[in-house]
Design a protein around this ligand. Structure first.
Ligand SMILES: NC(=O)c1ccc[n+]([C@@H]2O[C@H](COP(=O)([O-])OP(=O)(O)OC[C@H]3O[C@@H](n4cnc5c(N)ncnc54)[C@H](OP(=O)(O)O)[C@@H]3O)[C@@H](O)[C@H]2O)c1
Length: 312
């Protein structure tokens, strides 16, 4: 059996661009949805052209044009979506319902991977408001996929390293501090940090793998399951300096959300669930899932230490 042809939706995005490159690198014939709505966004146009020069096919289509989506989907075996889902940037998770309709009508897709790449939404029923909206919307998309009988894999990437590691797990920071750090609660809840390119590599690895058909793929690189204090300790060793630590209680953290705009409140509630509740590590993977580093031990994933070294 040859390698599946892949359509990447959201291909110029933060994760999407890495998915395009990983798909090409792993030898898949790769198609990238090219939306007319990008207009005169010269950066996106340049990026799309660079994909084309790497061997990708650009497929014109729009979420506002059902027929164009059906035609795009008919070109491939697998659809991977990485549309936006971070309120501080942009949010288009529910747009994927249109994609589900197109995949259903096309009837040829062997697997669909919707835009998830975070905490497993099925386990976030008690998530903090207003951030719960992200998980609720991802579950709406899952329901539509499953009701349409579309084969799927959901990728739970836990935290994307650039957001959480970059700021030593402090919301609103994506560069590591060199003087002081705010420690959330006791700082001992474990989270999981995955480098962007590794998320893309594991995601593309899974698309032709029967072991992950109709399952959730959890990315849990063993060396990257660390508490905030452990992350800070690694950074301190790298810069040869101890940071001043200020502890923030759960109550003060939640109180600090009041008065902020909606997008920031959504982001802070996600940090609350990860750092105070330990939502990424408080469960075992059962028969509904598989773990990526066990399925694909050949992937030499980026460790937290290696990732943090980039900031020195
Ligand atoms: N766990 C974590 O720490 C974490 C952090 C960040 C994101 N995530 C998740 O990762 C996924 C991807 O997020 P991202 O940050 O990579 O996304 P992003 O860069 O903000 O956006 C990705 C793409 O979404 C498309 N898009 C945006 N607005 C659109 C609209 N109105 N109509 C149609 N398409 C639109 C664009 O596609 P085009 O290329 O076609 O223009 C854009 O490039 C989301 O599910 C998000 O929740 C998780």
């Amino acid at each position: 059996m040859g390698k599946s042809k892949v359509l990447i939706i959201g291909g110029t995005g933060y994760l999407g661009k890495r998915l395009v490159k990983a798909s090409l690198a792993q030898g898949h014939e790769t198609f990238v949805l090219t939306r007319p709505e990008i207009g005169v966004d010269i950066d996106k146009v340049e990026m799309l052209i660079s994909f084309k020069m790497l061997g990708a096919h650009l497929v014109h289509g729009s979420f506002n044009d059902h027929k164009s989506l059906v035609e795009a989907v008919k070109l491939v075996d697998v659809v991977v979506s990485a549309v936006s889902g971070v309120y501080i940037r942009s949010h288009s998770i529910l747009l994927q319902l249109k994609l589900v309709e197109a995949i259903k009508e096309a009837g040829n897709v062997k697997r669909f991977l919707p835009s998830e790449f975070g905490a497993d939404p099925a386990r976030m029923k008690n998530a903090t408001e207003p951030g719960k909206v992200t998980f609720d919307e991802k579950m709406v998309v899952r329901k539509a996929i499953e009701e349409a009988g579309i084969p799927f894999t959901y990728v739970s990437a836990n935290t994307i390293a650039g957001y959480f590691l970059g700021g030593l797990c402090q919301f609103g920071k994506i560069l590591p501090s060199r003087d002081s750090v705010v420690i959330h609660g006791d700082g001992n809840k474990k989270a999981i940090y995955v480098a962007e390119d590794d998320i893309a590599t594991y995601t593309i690895k899974t698309i032709d793998d029967p072991r992950t058909l109709n399952k959730t793929l959890y990315l849990r690189p063993p060396k990257n399951i660390l508490s905030q204090r452990e992350v800070v300790e690694i950074w301190e060793k790298l810069i040869g300096k101890e940071l001043q630590k200020v502890t923030l209680s759960r109550e003060d953290f939640l109180a600090s959300m009041k008065g902020l705009d909606y997008a920031q409140q959504v982001g802070l509630s996600h940090y609350h669930d990860v750092l105070y509740e330990g939502c990424l590590t408080n469960f075992e993977i059962r028969e509904e899932g598989e773990e990526a580093s066990q399925l694909y031990p050949e992937v030499n994933y980026t460790t937290v230490e290696y990732y943090l070294k980039r900031y020195i």
